[in-house]
Design a protein around this ligand. Sequence first.
Ligand SMILES: Cc1cc2nc3c(=O)[nH]c(=O)nc-3n(C[C@H](O)[C@H](O)[C@H](O)COP(=O)(O)OP(=O)(O)OC[C@H]3O[C@@H](n4cnc5c(N)ncnc54)[C@H](O)[C@@H]3O)c2cc1C
Length: 389
Amino acid sequence: MEKIVVVGGGIGGTVVANRLANDIGSMIDDGEVEVTLVNDTPHNVYKPKYLYIPFGLSHTDETKRPLTEILNHRIGLEVDPAVDMDTDAKTLELESGKTLDYDYLVMATGAKLVPSETPGLVEAHEDDTAHWFYNPEGAEALRDALQDFEEGHLVLSVIGSPHICPVAPIEFPLIADAWFRERGIRDDIEITYTYPIQRSHGLLSVTRWMDPIFEDRGIDTEYPFNVEEVDPESQTLEAMEGELDFDLAVTIPPHAAGADDLIENAGIGDEGGWVDVDHNTLECTRADGVYSIGDNANHGTSKAGSPAHYQAGVVAKRLASQIRGEPPTEMYHGKTFCYIEAGLDEATYAHFNYDPETKEKQLPKESQLIHWGKTAFNETFSLITRGLI
Ligand SMILES: Cc1cc2nc3c(=O)[nH]c(=O)nc-3n(C[C@H](O)[C@H](O)[C@H](O)COP(=O)(O)OP(=O)(O)OC[C@H]3O[C@@H](n4cnc5c(N)ncnc54)[C@H](O)[C@@H]3O)c2cc1C
């Protein structure tokens, strides 16, 4: 019997497991193959909805579902964090002490926030002046802080790089602008957006779209602005290029790969700690039989749900071929799709791949129709994790 282990039950992990259950279902039923998914919690979480929690437009309960509801009955589930891996012996060790053998393993442990990497950020968060919306606790604390924020300087600062979801940091100030206008307090609030490189966004197409909109809506921009420290007492972001005072800081903190210790110990990470993969096959360059998809991989495109979803489809097809004894031919070419909210009721999208020209293509004009597209997509996310679309 051949054994496939998928580590991580987020977007990438659930899609790859469910697609395998469909593609090689009869082989699983006949006992020729076993597919097991390992996750550190009993839930699948859908992070894109965290963006709406600070504005009261979503709730943490709506962002998670039991994995038992999502996974095909052919998939074995282990709710037990993976803590170590031996890529020579092809074994995965779980926190409970259980060891799983594998012939093929897919790493899909996502990324996590490490705010403690920026001196002063955790202290300012404890003082209720610096926040983030990239996890449920942070998004809820920011929601509470926004309720009392009626005047002053709100700074959205991209501190960590690389970070997940390239566009959420520009969606937040655009939604906040519209939300404050609805409440009649926009004139009392100054909004500034900071970004660490020489232009307002890493994608040229996004920069060209957002610059005039930010100017039109009175959202100031500061770049390059590389935050090194947060002073919680004076409420100042201290960057290589200068300082910025804030009354409320909304930060994108530094990130690390999920299961970063395991990746480091197994020797499968690059210098940043992300799993090193071939950008087309998604095979780990430093271990046989290991694939890596989604946010924990160094795959050459943005860390976002859509690449995790598309990569999962590619890896499921490659694995199905390998299990059947056929050469794996499916390749990933960097396909990425990001909806971008432009306020409370309009949106646009960016669609690109590894071809640099696709990153310069003009974005469509923001519209209510595209916003409804994003809303519908978010409401039906379990169709994706079930591997149906
Ligand atoms: C505010 C916000 C808005 C976003 N908006 C969008 C958007 O509009 N569009 C888009 O495409 N993307 C968006 N994203 C990004 C998207 O959510 C992620 O890129 C996506 O979830 C990545 O999928 P993944 O499978 O790689 O990781 P995840 O979905 O994070 O899943 C990783 C899984 O691994 C598990 N895990 C971690 N460590 C271990 C371990 N040691 N053992 C076992 N399991 C482990 C975790 O519990 C989790 O279940 C957004 C993200 C945020 C925060």
